[in-house]
Design a binder for this molecule. Sequence first.
Ligand SMILES: Cc1cc2nc3c(=O)[nH]c(=O)nc-3n(C[C@H](O)[C@H](O)[C@H](O)COP(=O)(O)O)c2cc1C
Length: 168
Amino acid sequence: MSDLVIYFSRSGENYFGGELKNIEKGNTEVIAEYIQELTGADLFKVETVIDYPQDYMECIDVAKKEQQVAARPKIKETLESIDAYETIYIGFPNWWGTLPMAMFTQLEQLDFTGKAVKPFVTHEGSGFGSAIKDLKKYCKGGEIKQGLSIPGANVYDAKDTVRAWVEE
Ligand SMILES: Cc1cc2nc3c(=O)[nH]c(=O)nc-3n(C[C@H](O)[C@H](O)[C@H](O)COP(=O)(O)O)c2cc1C
């Protein structure tokens, strides 16, 4: 059985060590692609119907409001089943201390019974926050393994770290 990476990642304006920069590929996506390269995993990107603002500060606001009301933003495509997979990598940026709400839109619909779940996060200092606790709640039946936390600014130097972690 093969592996699957379910991830969310936002391109556009982002904050790097005190500076706002425009990036074409989100940080989490860089890690997702390393995992694909290293394991042959399939990739599934969770994408919202309504794009998040390119502007970082606006995005911060939208995300905060979504979290306050426990929103479940509509997503473009929904993965119906993970039956064909053995290990499920779940990747996301830390948004206000946990996963972007759109990840819950997707995860809540899946049955993780018997699956190994390997979470990874990119962040600007908070690591996983409460994401592991939340994953335990939303990945019903899954066994949550040791996670990997990478500062967003380091993703292009993280391949060896990712390799060691996927081989664990
Ligand atoms: C809406 C929003 C909320 C964020 N909240 C946090 C946070 O609470 N803690 C943190 O360390 N980083 C936070 N960040 C920074 C992101 O986690 C970090 O830049 C991440 O690498 C972005 O990944 P991406 O490019 O794959 O979307 C936030 C970023 C955004 C856009």
